[in-house]
Design a protein around this ligand. Structure first.
Ligand SMILES: NC(=O)c1ccc[n+]([C@@H]2O[C@H](COP(=O)([O-])OP(=O)(O)OC[C@H]3O[C@@H](n4cnc5c(N)ncnc54)[C@H](O)[C@@H]3O)[C@@H](O)[C@H]2O)c1
Ligand SMILES: [Zn+2]
Length: 357
């Protein structure tokens, strides 16, 4: 277990006046507020007044000190949206949460994104922290302070960049993670290797998911390496003026197909990376597409897809990396070296139309 970023104690003094508000989610898909306070017998308002509330996925019916905020069905895509934020805010008001409340998101990337966003807007900003429980959230979503929501088919269209007070990484939480979520998380790990870490790419080539799942030390080191790789990039360029853009490798096209086809985030990114490799062949002299495709398949991720090229381009045009009539697209020069190229939209449209199926 390790705690990142200016971690603060969530337990003040004798543990009865805890300044924390958890946002977490469990396998049932129920999202609840949970108190970190040591007075389980007290009611919701007591806990809110003691500045201790949680948003989380709860694995079983809510217990003492836990208060449901919202519900979603497992796998339901349309969840990281404004109506969920409204619902959570209504309940924070009901609980009389105030500016001394700290909101803690415990869950996958959907929960950490929502928790960070609600914390930024509720009363113009509460402190917040994360306890990521999915592989994807451990290596990526919990780190870097980008939090927000989707708007219709547009991914992360509304959001903030605001850093959490703490991130608590505990890989034992992965014990209950379904296999498909392990696969999903590896997409971002492969992304990190592609853009910045050729040695990690070679390690991934030499192993597979079953090996990492069997060896807790190996997976712990891999997760830490990934969280640190991302943290370093973010420290260098928090507001994405330069190097942080590389972290969007696979995401420009990936985001354009993710909600349209209800894909898992990692799957959409894997497909986006495959096609970004093909675009890299044309524009940055990249010659290792096969290696990337093979490693994606080795970890059970999808690569090619017969998506509607025109629809995808129309969504892609609204990507946050567009500047007027040009798109800053993340490409590879070689495995381990990402680059950003500005591509005129007219050219990009033709390239997308001609991508292999
Ligand atoms: N903010 C960022 O920088 C950033 C980076 C990458 C991804 N994201 C966002 O993250 C989201 C995807 O995150 P995700 O893949 O974690 O999805 P998710 O939050 O939907 O979690 C995936 C599933 O795993 C379940 N789950 C999570 N932890 C579990 C555990 N320990 N045991 C059992 N089940 C568990 C969840 O209930 C859910 O059904 C996307 O919306 C994406 O845009 C954000
Ligand atoms: Zn991502």
């Amino acid at each position: 277990m390790f705690i990142e970023a200016g971690a603060e104690s969530v337990n003040e003094g004798d543990g009865t006046d805890v300044q924390a508000c958890l946002v977490h989610m469990g396998r049932t898909g129920a999202v609840g507020l949970q108190s970190l306070c040591d007075h389980p017998q007290k009611d919701a308002q007591h806990h809110a007044q003691h500045r201790s509330v949680a948003l989380h996925e709860v694995p079983q019916p809510l217990g003492h000190g836990e208060h449901p905020l919202a519900h979603r069905q497992a796998g339901e895509k349309a969840y990281k949206i404004q109506s969920t934020v409204d619902d959570i805010i209504d309940q924070l008001i009901e609980l009389e949460a105030d500016r001394k409340t700290t909101l803690v998101g415990i869950g996958g990337g959907v929960i950490t994104d929502i928790a960070g966003y609600v914390a930024a807007v509720y009363m113009r900003g509460l402190k917040f922290g994360f306890i990521p429980t999915s592989l994807l959230a451990l290596v990526d979503a919990s780190v870097g302070g980008k939090n927000g929501i989707d708007v219709g088919l547009y991914k992360n269209m509304v959001g903030v960049i605001r850093q959490p007070s703490f991130i608590l990484h505990d890989i034992s939480l992965l014990k209950s993670l379904p296999h498909k979520e392990w696969v999903n998380g590896f997409a971002e790990i492969i992304k990190h290797a592609c853009i910045k870490d050729a040695a990690m790419f070679r390690e991934l080539e030499a192993n597979n998911l079953a090996v990492y799942q069997k060896k807790p030390k190996l997976i712990a080191v891999l997760l830490q390496r990934n969280a640190q790789l991302k943290a370093k990039v973010v420290q260098e360029d928090e507001f994405e003026k330069s190097v942080r853009r590389l972290l969007n490798f696979g995401h420009t096209l990936g985001h354009a197909i993710e909600n349209e086809y209800a894909l898992m985030h990692g799957h959409a990114v894997a497909i986006g990376m495959t096609y970004a490799c093909h675009i890299s062949e044309q524009l940055s002299g990249f010659k290792q597409t096969n290696r990337v495709v093979e490693v994606l398949e080795q970890y059970g991720l999808p690569t090619y897809m017969a998506f509607d090229r025109e629809k995808a381009f129309n969504l892609l045009k609204m990507d946050k990396k567009r500047e007027k009539k040009e798109m800053n697209y993340v490409l590879l020069e070689k495995v381990g070296k990402g680059v950003v190229k500005s591509i005129p939209l007219v050219q990009l449209e033709k390239i997308i139309q001609a991508l292999p199926k």
